[in-house]
Write a protein that binds this ligand. Structure first.
Ligand SMILES: [Zn+2]
Length: 240
């Protein structure tokens, strides 16, 4: 099965991604993690991405598509996968559709963890980090034993600039603007909105029902192509 997880930062996507991955024994793939890995491994792709990111730009569709195809072509993805952070744009979604059809993979199950912006703002702006060991706390869910002090080493906690309410709000609005057209693109029987304000266990329960229902879908037959799909730019080194 192929799952696309949509949800703003702070919506609890990471938890559900791990949950589905364990239940269905399929890899959870985060494009953010992949981009960082490519940058670290200094592949041609990674170096191009790094240049784009350093200049403050967004990594373009072609580059992200290439990265995703490279990962999805690996053996562990043959039975399906979970994508987190991709597609981000409608052209990426169209590209992914083509890839799934050619690979004989099923239509993606779209799971949207929907949480109101006001709730996300309060969740994200409640994060605090230790100034010494980088441990992250949340005043709402995982507060330190002693206010403002790291449980681990007793150093002071601080709020990162990008967790300030104003920055968080801007980031979330940017995410929503980007996500709107995508959710419209995926509207239909495979789209499932889940109220992300429920407790994580309740959300997992709903997700479990969805992935069990969708498991009954028959896989499509692969479409034969005259030329193999070559990612652009051609990958230089494999990362595992
Ligand atoms: Zn600490």
């Amino acid at each position: 099965m192929v799952v696309l997880l949509f949800g703003a930062p702070g919506s609890g996507k990471g938890t559900q991604s791990r949950f589905i991955s364990e239940r269905r024994k399929i890899p959870a793939i985060s494009t953010g993690d992949m981009l960082r890995a490519e940058c670290r491994a200094e592949t041609e792709l990674g170096l191009t991405a790094r240049t784009v990111l350093a200049s403050g730009g967004l990594v373009d569709d072609e580059l992200v598509n290439a990265l995703v195809v490279k990962r999805l072509s690996k053996r562990d993805c043959r039975q399906g996968f979970i994508l987190d952070g991709y597609p981000r744009t409608v052209p990426q979604a169209i590209f992914l559709d083509g890839f799934l059809k050619r690979s004989g993979l099923p239509h993606p199950t779209v799971i949207h963890l929907d949480v109101p912006i006001a709730v996300l703002v309060s969740r994200l702006s409640s994060r605090r980090q230790c100034s010494s060991c980088d441990r992250v706390y949340n005043l709402l869910y995982r507060p330190p034993v002693k206010g403002g002090i790291c449980d681990h080493d007793g150093h002071k906690l601080f709020q990162r600039n990008d967790d300030s309410e104003e920055v968080v709000r801007q980031r979330l609005e940017g995410y929503q603007n980007l996500c709107g057209p995508l959710l419209r693109y995926y509207s239909g029987p495979h789209y499932h909105r889940i109220d992300g304000q429920c407790a994580p266990q309740q959300i997992s329960e709903q997700v479990k029902k969805l992935i069990l229902a969708d498991a009954k879908d028959k896989p499509r037959k692969p479409v034969r192509r005259a030329t193999p799909l070559v990612p652009y730019p051609a990958p230089s080194t494999e990362i595992s």
